[in-house]
Ligand binder design. Structure first.
Ligand code: 5RP
Length: 228
């Protein structure tokens, strides 16, 4: 099976957790873009109606195109369930996210949800966060060079401003993403605490203690990991 087939293996286990009337957080990235039409089809077949809150402008557009209502996150009292992808998942179900640059809105919605489930293919499972993926951090444009230099010095790691089509990548919030190539395993909690207090940092791609379930598409079938 190719990557997309592995991702698609996870969809049924996720969709069956959606109940009629729920407010559902919908994440961002290629997994979620594959999920959206499958979700819309199953909702139509089962005559279930949900309202969504979306973690990026792109996701909101795709969801609306499928006829699923989208609400502003500020207008909902509760998010019953959030579904998202991830770039890395460690054995404690902590995550690195932000490969698509939507990490701030993802954290707002995923962390606020009563239940947060993550859909990945098996290549995303790692021994420690930062093992294979650069850690994204969303920063203000004003002092991004100052921040990059400080991070390189303090973390002894390479830092790059994310680019797209030869232009700086700009998030839905008008900010830049700095990608940190962690040189060695670090305590993710300490690292998040250090980063989040720097002036100019909006949010980090470390999603710690927020995941309830990870559904993994593997060559051997679906594996479901629950938070202990
Ligand atoms: C976007 C994200 C995505 O969930 C993450 O990058 C995984 O993406 P994909 O489903 O394309 O592998 O965090 O900001």
């Amino acid at each position: 099976m190719d990557m997309n087939e592995l991702k698609a293996l996870t969809f049924d286990d996720a969709i069956k957790q959606i109940e009629d009337g729920m407010i559902v957080g919908i994440g961002s990235g290629s997994t979620i873009e594959l999920l959206i039409p499958a979700l819309a089809k199953q909702l139509r077949n089962q005559q279930k109606h949900i309202t969504s809150v979306c973690t990026s402008k792109k996701t909101a557009m795709l969801v609306e195109n499928e006829g699923i209502p989208v609400m502003d996150v500020n207008e909902v009292e509760q998010i019953h369930l959030a579904i998202d992808g991830a770039d890395e998942v460690d054995p404690e179900l902590n995550l690195i996210k932000g490969g698509g640059g939507a990490l701030f809105r993802e954290k707002v919605i995923d962390a606020k949800a009563d239940r947060f489930i993550v859909l990945i293919d098996e290549s995303k499972q790692v021994e420690y966060l930062g093992a294979s993926f650069k850690l994204p951090v969303e920063v203000d444009q004003f002092n991004w060079i100052m921040l990059s230099k400080q991070l390189e010095k303090d973390l002894s790691s390479r830092v790059e401003r994310r680019m797209m089509d030869d232009e700086p990548f700009v998030t839905d919030n008008g900010n830049y993403i700095l990608d940190i190539q962690l040189e060695k395993p670090m305590n993710a909690y300490d690292l998040h605490e250090y980063l989040i207090h720097l002036v100019g940092v909006l949010e980090t791609g470390l999603f710690l203690d927020v995941t309830d379930q990870v559904i993994v598409g593997t060559q051997q079938g679906v594996k479901v990991l629950n938070r202990e």
